[in-house]
Design a protein around this ligand. Structure first.
Ligand code: NAI
Ligand code: 15L
Length: 273
């Protein structure tokens, strides 16, 4: 007997940063949750739009462009922006002004849910032997981390002022595999990322929830005790990469970046001096 297709929870989802490493993964994963995925980036995106996709180039710094981009959308997964440490002026346009434009577009179009790709670099200046959670005072470790802290503040403001709910994902290190010893603690597998974004879209009454995006690794630096209502249950672990990564050259004993959660980001820059 033919199966009746299950109705998808969203008609149209907007994905920013769709050309990036995580955007390419989520562009496909989000198909399960929406009739149409509107994929956007400042850069060229491949492959071209499929049957249930729209592909639209847009610079997040262009306010009118972002407003048009979000028209007819039910929820936004906002990944777009500079994803490493850069000069403040670059970060300002893409991440700070760009995220403001996303929230303004949500407000004007009545969009009630944003999933915001924040970063562990909001708390990168904590030592690796301290357990941090969503209520720990923030310690941004670079301009990039500061921009993500500002994005989280926008989320809090737009929730209390306009009722727009956000789940801010303080993503650890999301790559096909952990690349160094630090990432044994910070790694988020792509499967766990897709599950986290699903929960961030579908969980009810999230207000503004902050959750660390990390797999079920052996030595965790972050507790998600304040995000249990999301139902995020990571299944992967970095442990199978340990033996190989422990053979890499170790950091010098006086290397502060090896003791801080943010790693090399805590010492990046300054730029343009
Ligand atoms: P990525 O750098 O591969 O992708 C970011 C995308 O944003 C790029 O395709 C870029 O073209 C686009 N972009 C940059 N400036 C833009 C602008 N002005 N307008 C429109 N689009 C613009 O980064 P990745 O790894 O895919 O990360 C996605 C998001 O998750 C980023 O916001 C990043 O900060 C965050 N994140 C990622 C982590 C990871 O381990 N991959 C860890 C923590 C946070
Ligand atoms: C991030 O926020 C970056 O976007 C990503 O490229 C990784 O370097 C990650 O943090 C990390 O901390 O490993």
């Amino acid at each position: 007997m033919p199966q009746t297709p299950t109705a998808k929870p969203f008609n149209c989802l907007l994905l920013t940063g769709a050309a990036g490493g995580l955007g390419q993964i989520l562009r496909e994963a989000l198909q399960a949750h929406a009739n149409v995925v509107r994929a956007s980036d400042i850069s060229a995106m491949a492959p071209p739009a499929g049957d249930h996709e729209q592909v639209i180039n847009c610079n997040l710094a262009d306010k009118a462009g972002v407003l048009a981009l979000a028209e007819g959308v039910d929820a936004i997964v906002h990944l777009g922006g500079i994803s490493t440490e850069r000069a403040f002026e670059e970060i300002l346009q893409a991440n700070i002004v760009g995220t403001f434009h996303i929230y303004e577009a949500a407000r004007k179009h009545g969009i009630k849910r944003v999933v915001f790709a924040s970063s562990n670099h909001v708390t990168g200046f904590y030592p690796q032997d301290e357990l941090v959670d969503a209520h720990s005072p923030r310690r941004p470790d670079c301009y990039y981390g500061l921009s993500k802290a500002y994005g989280e503040d926008l989320a809090t403001f737009y929730y209390h002022r306009y009722g727009i709910e956000t789940v801010s994902l303080r993503i650890g290190s999301s790559f096909p595999a952990p690349r160094n010893l630090r990432m044994l603690s910070t790694w988020l597998s792509y499967a766990d990322l897709a599950h986290l974004v699903e929960r961030a879209l579908l969980a009810e009454d999230v207000g503004h929830t902050v959750v660390y995006g990390v797999s079920a690794n052996r030595d965790l630096w972050w507790s998600n005790r304040y995000a249990a209502h999301l139902g995020f249950n990571p299944q992967d672990s970095s442990e199978r990469f340990r033996t190989q990564l422990e053979q890499q050259p170790q950091a010098a004993a006086d290397d502060a970046t090896a003791r801080l959660q943010g790693g090399a980001f805590t010492a990046a820059g300054p730029f343009g001096d």
